[in-house]
Design a protein around this ligand. Structure first.
Ligand code: LLP
Length: 390
């Protein structure tokens, strides 16, 4: 991932910082775009995964639409190259201000998650004398076989509209003067690795629900199956570009679609995770009673995924690798500086013998990394560094 000359430049920078491999970003985004074109699938980038303007602008320049979950994301997407007609707006709790902003912009569609939300959008659109395009986000009650914090398509989850309300929704949409029904939206979870099984089930369930809506007189022009394709956190160098082919071909072969129906997906993580690394430094080495700790200068406020989900991120000692000091493997608990016991990057990790000042890489951190960072403990927000600006 890193060349020696880049390492020399990076090692002079103040840590922590986010390092983005722009060649990998471009290769990943281009691959997804090219395959999607081949399969006739539209892509909306899930903006929540990473909002670095350079990254977002590259993605918008490749013809992607945007999937947003807040009014600010909608405005941000529009300011970073996405035309309003290709911006969709999901989320269970849209405020009136957010809905009004999206109506003023004239977005592609609101992915609506409750009956009450549809009534509110109808009346806010009426007050402006406009019609709002809406898609119904369905809760299909499908288990995505992923972490329970990132599964979204089960009845126990707050997302989407479930079967018992379909008839109410259909009546509402037929009668609402200021809503224009365009289709159905699904998103069942994130970091899905059982790609064929989970998405083929999602497609079958989606097809049944499309049939149901159409049999009740609502034409479904657009079917959006959400995001969720997983990435390889264990081996980011072995699998730098996720398996878009399996994802798209599963959707292509399992979803019965009419030629006039638009099908789209909403990748977030799969586009941006592997190009990002949180680069940090060993502040101190501490020999505890039972183990050795490497105390880093990046903490859970920078990248919360390990503390929040118990997520695994590969840790590498870049200095040891570039200096050829890779012998003498030791076991370390790699931790951050934040005053919380969960501020741990990895327990019992085998790493080369490490010393104060070593530059370390927390890999696969481009998705849900910097966007979820905070100033907890009044720590600074880490800056971004791009491989093509070194
Ligand atoms: N569409 C909708 C409606 C979503 O809610 C999400 C993600 C996506 C698309 C994109 O999913 P992706 O392709 O990135 O899996 N912070 C968690 C992940 C939360 C995902 C939330 N929704 C994590 O770090 O694992």
């Amino acid at each position: 991932m890193l060349e020696l000359k880049d390492f020399a430049t990076l090692s002079r920078k103040e840590t922590p910082f986010w390092y983005y491999d722009m060649d990998l970003l471009r290769a990943t985004v281009d691959k997804a775009a090219e395959l999607a074109r081949r399969y006739g699938i539209g892509l909306h980038y899930a903006v929540k995964a990473n909002v670095e303007p350079r990254i977002v602008q590259y993605i918008s320049s490749r013809g992607f639409g945007a999937d947003c979950v807040s009014g600010n994301e909608v405005l941000f997407a529009a300011a970073n190259g996405f035309r309003p007609e290709i911006i969709v707006f999901a989320g269970v709790g849209k405020s009136d201000r957010e809905i009004n902003a999206a109506l003023d912009l004239g977005i592609e569609a609101f992915n609506c998650e409750s009956v009450m939300e549809m009534n509110v959008i109808d009346s806010l659109a009426a007050a402006k004398g406009v019609k709002a395009n809406v898609s119904v986000r369905i809760n299909p009650n499908i288990d995505a076989h992923t972490h329970r914090y990132v599964t979204t398509g089960l009845y126990e989850n707050k997302f989407g509209i479930s079967r018992h309300e379909f008839d109410t929704v259909i009546d509402l949409l037929k009668n609402a003067r200021n809503l224009n029904f365009i289709g159905l939206h699904f998103h069942i979870g994130s970091q899905i690795t059982d790609v064929r099984d989970v998405y083929s089930l999602e497609c079958r369930r989606a097809a049944e629900i499309v049939d149901y809506f159409e049999s009740r007189g609502l034409k479904v022009d657009s079917i959006d199956l959400g995001g969720g394709l997983g990435v390889d956190y264990d081996d980011p160098d072995g699998n730098p570009v996720p398996d878009f082919e399996t994802w798209f071909s599963t959707v292509d072969s399992c979803l019965r679609r009419r030629p006039d129906q638009k099908v789209s997906l909403e990748p977030g993580r799969s586009l941006v995770a592997q190009c990002g690394t949180l680069v940090t430094r060993v502040l101190f080495v501490k020999n505890g009673e039972t183990k050795a700790f490497l105390i880093m200068d990046a903490g859970m406020n920078d990248l919360i995924r390990p503390a929040l989900y118990g997520a695994y991120h590969k840790i590498e000692n870049l200095t040891a690798a570039f200096e050829g000091r890779e012998d003498g493997i030791q076991q370390y608990d790699v931790v951050g500086p934040v005053c919380e016991s969960s501020d741990v990057w990895g327990s019992g990790r085998d790493l080369p013998f490490s010393v104060r000042g070593d530059l370390m890489a927390l890999r696969s951190a481009g998705a849900y990394g910097s966007v979820m960072s905070s100033r907890y403990n009044l720590r600074d927000i880490a800056p971004a560094v791009f491989s093509d600006e070194l």
